[in-house]
Write a protein that binds this ligand. Structure first.
Ligand code: URA
Length: 309
C-alpha cells in the first residue's frame, strides 16, 4: 500500500493530505460561514466549566463569553477563529479596553447598550473608539476589523451604504471594492471625491459571506450610525440602496419607487435633506439603471449649488 492510500474493503481509496494553503482557505471558509470557535476532537465537560478559575483581570466574564461564543453560541470553548485571524497587533487606533466592552445578554439589551454608548460619544473619534470596544453585535467577532468611515467628516454630503463587503473588511474603509470604484466615478461626474464627501455604512462590520445583515444586527448598529450622522452633521445625506434607505428613513417602499425623492431627516439636532438612490452594486448588475442614478446625482449637485437656507 502506498503512503497516501488506505486499504478498505480491498479497494484502494486515495486520501487527501491537506496542504497548509488548503487549511488556511478552509479556515477562511468557516469564518465566512459564521463559525467563530474551534472544537477539539476530545469531549469537553461543560458542567465542569463552572469550577474554572475566574478570568484574568481586565476582561469581564460576560465579555469573554459573548466574544468567544458570539456567532455560534454552543461552539465554545476553544481558541476563537477570530483570535487566530487577529494574530497580529490590533490596527492603529483600536481600543479594546474601554468600558463599553461588556457583553449585553440579549438583543434587546444590546440595542439598549448601543443607544447608551452612542449617546455618550461627543466626537466621531470617540464614537469610533466606542464601536471598537462594543461587544453587543456578533458581527464584530467574524469581521476582520471595524469599517467606520472614509472621506471628510466636515463635508456637506454624507453617503451611507448597507454594510462592508470583503474588500472593505480587509482595508477597513467603506466602498473600496468594485462598487466603491463605481461610486467614485459617479461622484466624480458631479465634481465630488473622497476629500469632499463623508462615507459610512449602517452596519460597520462585514456580515459573514457578505450576507444581508439581520434585522437584529441592523437594530443594534442603528444608534451608532444615527449618532455618526448627527456628529458629522452634513447638510445632505444620500442613502445608497434600499436597505440603508429603509433603515434610516423608515420608508417601507422599495428603492425603485423611492429613489430620487428628497426626505427630511432629523439628525437629533436639526433637520437635513436625505435622498435615496440605487446602490452601486445593483448598478453593476443592472447598468441600464445608471441613468436613474445619474438623475439622482444631478439632483444632489443642484442641491449643493443652491444657496444655503
Ligand atoms: N456595499 C456597501 O453597502 N458598503 C460598502 O462599504 C461596500 C459595499
Amino acid at each position: 500500500m502506498s503512503a497516501n492510500t488506505i486499504d478498505k474493503d480491498k479497494r484502494q481509496i486515495p486520501t487527501v493530505t491537506p496542504q497548509p494553503k488548503d487549511a488556511r482557505e478552509l479556515l477562511a471558509f468557516y469564518l465566512d460561514a459564521g463559525a467563530d470557535a474551534l472544537i477539539g476532537d476530545t469531549p469537553v465537560d461543560r458542567m465542569a466549566e463552572e469550577a474554572l478559575p475566574p478570568p484574568a483581570a481586565g476582561r469581564p466574564a460576560a465579555a469573554r463569553v459573548a466574544k468567544e461564543g458570539a456567532a455560534g453560541g454552543s461552539l465554545k470553548p476553544g481558541p476563537t477563529l477570530d483570535r487566530l485571524r487577529r494574530s497580529g497587533p490590533p490596527p492603529a487606533g483600536e481600543n479594546r479596553s474601554r468600558s463599553a466592552a461588556v457583553a449585553p445578554t440579549s438583543p434587546e439589551a444590546a440595542v439598549m447598550a448601543a443607544r447608551q454608548a452612542a449617546r455618550t460619544a461627543r466626537t466621531l473619534d470617540e464614537l469610533r473608539a466606542l464601536l471598537e470596544a462594543f461587544e453587543g453585535c456578533a458581527l464584530r467577532a467574524t469581521a476582520t476589523q471595524l469599517v467606520f468611515a472614509d472621506g471628510n467628516p466636515q463635508s456637506r454630503v454624507m453617503f451611507v451604504g448597507e454594510a462592508p463587503g470583503y474588500d472593505e473588511d480587509i482595508v477597513g474603509r467603506p466602498f473600496v471594492g468594485r462598487s466603491g470604484k463605481l461610486l467614485d466615478l459617479m461622484m466624480a461626474a458631479i465634481g465630488l471625491d473622497r476629500a469632499s464627501v463623508y462615507i459610512a455604512n449602517v452596519v460597520p462590520w462585514r456580515p459573514p459571506g457578505n450576507r444581508t445583515p439581520t434585522p437584529q444586527e441592523t437594530a443594534i448598529c442603528l444608534p451608532f450610525i444615527r449618532r455618526q450622522i448627527e456628529l458629522a452633521n452634513p447638510d445632505f445625506m444620500v442613502c445608497l440602496g434600499g436597505p440603508a434607505m429603509q433603515t434610516l428613513l423608515s420608508v417601507k417602499d422599495g428603492i425603485t419607487r423611492t429613489r430620487g425623492r428628497w426626505f427630511p431627516y432629523d439628525t437629533g439636532t436639526r433637520e437635513i435633506r436625505a435622498l435615496a438612490t440605487f446602490h452601486p452594486a445593483f448598478l453593476l448588475r443592472s447598468p441600464l439603471q445608471k441613468r436613474f442614478a445619474w438623475r439622482d446625482f444631478l439632483a444632489l449637485k443642484k442641491a449643493l449649488a443652491a444657496p444655503a437656507t
